[in-house]
Design a protein around this ligand. Structure first.
Ligand SMILES: Nc1nc2c(ncn2[C@@H]2O[C@H](COP(=O)(O)OP(=O)(O)O)[C@@H](O)[C@H]2O)c(=O)[nH]1
Ligand SMILES: [Mg+2]
Length: 287
């Protein structure tokens, strides 16, 4: 890891992205975001573009950009996250056990990760175009004690899972594991890892479990606004090493997000729309 660190141009203290907090509410829709200066638009849509130049040329960057849809595709995907009379987005049900969840045909995606990693904030960000959908975000770790299901029309269901690790190992065994193993319509699991602290023991346990499950999953790197560029890149390269050497079912590209500054939210919306079969991308080689 320390050798990797030498590849970076370290700028201690330099915050990675600089969209001001006040302007975040204006960023919920792409149409508004694209009015910003070009460079800011780039980092909002493809957060990795801000980091790319700071990696040594020996680092393989293609893995970070496998899913790289056009702006047009992202606009198409965004429509899916806007509620309308014929396409209702709503909180559907919350459950503590599998037998409380009705079986469903429509594809499902779920968000798992340690308590406080930013799951609920990310889901809130994804649904920011439909603010009437209530997603509770807490300052207290372990707040989400139930599995919360959100319906996105007939397109897919999105599930906010209880956090594991800190004070919540029981929830993991009781809820997260049985759900991941048995939910038939689950098409993708998003495993969230805090980019400002990097992979922790509990993340590694979750990663191993996702591997055992042998169903496709994706790593989402959260809170990328919270640390300097050097720390983020170090954590990111370490994560890439783990994904490359220790996983077979993980999508090689980590998705970088900041729910606070709206970075990477559009790209993630587009990826979800794509994997649930809701939006056909122009270039179908992206998977
Ligand atoms: N700086 C920063 N803080 C965040 C971000 N996302 C979430 N947080 C904060 O992290 C804490 C936990 O977030 P939450 O979404 O409730 O985490 P959960 O337990 O995984 O659902 C809250 O205080 C959030 O405000 C982010 O992108 N950047
Ligand atoms: Mg939560």
């Amino acid at each position: 890891m320390f050798c990797r660190r030498l590849h970076l141009w370290l700028q201690p203290g330099a915050q990675v992205f600089s969209v001001s907090r006040q302007s975040v509410h204006k960023l919920a829709s792409l149409q508004k975001a694209t009015m910003l200066p070009r460079k800011k638009v780039q980092s909002l849509l493809y957060p990795f573009s801000d980091l790319e130049a700071h990696l040594h040329r020996s680092v393989d960057k293609t893995q970070f950009q496998l899913f790289h849809p056009s702006l047009e595709d992202m606009v198409k995907a965004e429509k899916l996250f806007c509620s309308s009379p014929s396409h209702t987005i709503d909180y559907y049900i919350s459950a503590e056990r599998m037998d409380q969840i009705p079986a469903q045909k429509q594809p499902e995606v779920c968000f798992i990760g340690r308590s406080n990693v930013g799951k609920s904030s990310l889901i809130k960000g994804l649904f920011s175009l439909t603010p009437e959908v209530e997603v509770r975000v807490s300052k207290t770790p372990g707040h989400t004690k139930r599995m919360n299901f959100f319906r996105v029309g007939k397109a897919f269901t999105l599930v906010d899972m209880p956090g594991y690790g800190h004070r919540a190992p029981k929830d993991f065994v009781d809820m997260v594991e049985p759900y991941l193993y048995t939910r038939e319509n689950l098409v993708r699991t998003f495993l969230l890892v805090d980019g400002s602290v990097g992979l922790q023991t509990a993340d590694m346990i979750a990663l191993e479990m996702c591997e055992e499950m042998r169903r496709p999953y994706v790593v989402v790197v959260t809170k990328i606004d919270k640390c300097g560029r050097g720390t983020l890149l170090t954590n990111l390269l370490n994560l890439q090493d783990v994904v490359k050497t220790q996983t077979t079912s993980c999508f090689p590209q980590p998705f970088l997000v900041s729910s606070l500054h709206f970075l990477g939210i559009y790209l993630l919306r587009c990826f979800i729309a794509h994997i649930t079969g809701s939006v056909r991308l122009k270039d179908t080689s992206q998977s």
